[in-house]
Design a protein around this ligand. Structure first.
Ligand code: ADP
Length: 262
């Protein structure tokens, strides 16, 4: 508790009592801890690619440049690591814009079925490379709702990319859409490695990953799900994850269909 006090005086300026203000700072303390953890995470995430870029560059400058094959291999690593840093900074900026309420949604009436088809087309090659089946056979031809097309596309790309990334070769990813009351419900289901129960509670936290090394190896920033949640929340929708280890994961996204001012 944080305690402040001030004397309480009467008209003759005599002290008649004390006003005590006790503030519960557990919440404040928690926020402060979260902020610190976040800064530590950001520093670490930026340092890892930088260290690797620096050491590969140094080795090249130390004479490895003579070897063309090795040079090429090293430059590829440097290039990949720079790309990852770019993604990380881009994601951080987006989250910071959400934090500062700087994100304005461009709400238009649009077809969710069309959007999913477009997403499936964009990711088909990635899934094919892993011999996975990416299924989308909607019951309806179209489903119109008010949403920010680019941002919801970003969410879907992220969720389906995760499904592909965390599912072994020849697995199956199926997407479904339906109307439920006055919401559109999009389901993305995979037959992948799943998420342990104890991690599910924290999975939307920034930088939270089940397996850090694996996520990095797959090029992830650990920010995708937290951004997805910010975007869906801004639409007054909801996003939930259900999962069973070694069986698969199911992501449910709900978006209001009717026009409203968000
Ligand atoms: P990342 O960049 O690490 O993929 P995300 O925020 O998108 O970051 O996801 C956070 C973590 O959630 C991932 O590192 C992974 O451990 C877990 N995860 C997300 N989607 C799935 C999925 N479909 N199957 C299994 N694990 C998943």
């Amino acid at each position: 508790y944080n305690v402040e006090y001030a004397p309480f005086k009467d008209e003759n300026n005599e002290i008649r009592g004390l006003v005590l203000v006790m503030k519960d700072v557990t919440k404040q303390q928690k926020l402060e801890n979260m902020r610190r953890e976040f800064v530590a995470n950001v520093s670490h995430e930026l340092k890892t690619p930088l260290t690797s870029i620096k050491s590969y560059t140094e080795t090249l400058l130390d004479g490895m440049l003579e070897d063309r094959a090795i040079s090429e291999q090293f430059l590829k690593v440097i290039n990949n690591e720079s790309d990852r840093m770019t993604r990380l900074v881009r994601d951080l900026l987006q989250l910071s814009n959400f934090d500062n309420n700087k994100i304005k949604l461009n709400m238009t009436r649009n077809d969710l079925v069309k959007l999913i088809k477009q997403t499936v087309m964009k990711l088909d090659i990635t899934a094919n490379n892993k011999k996975q089946r990416l299924k989308f056979s909607p019951n309806c031809e179209e489903l119109f709702a008010y949403f920010d097309f680019d941002r919801i596309e970003q969410v879907l790309l992220n969720i389906v990319t995760n499904a592909i990334k965390y599912t072994e070769d020849s697995g199956e990813i199926s997407i479904d859409i339906q109307t439920q009351e006055n919401e559109a419900l999009i389901t993305v289901k995979d037959t992948g490695m799943g998420i342990p129960e104890e991690d599910l509670l924290r999975i939307f936290e920034r930088f939270y990953r089940v397996d850090k090394a694996r996520s990095r190896e797959l090029g992830g920033t650990g920010l995708g799900l937290s951004i997805a949640k910010e975007i869906i929340d801004a639409h007054n929708g909801s996003i939930e994850i259900f999962s069973k280890v070694n069986e698969g994961t199911e992501v449910k996204i709900r978006i209001p269909i009717e026009e409203r001012t968000v």
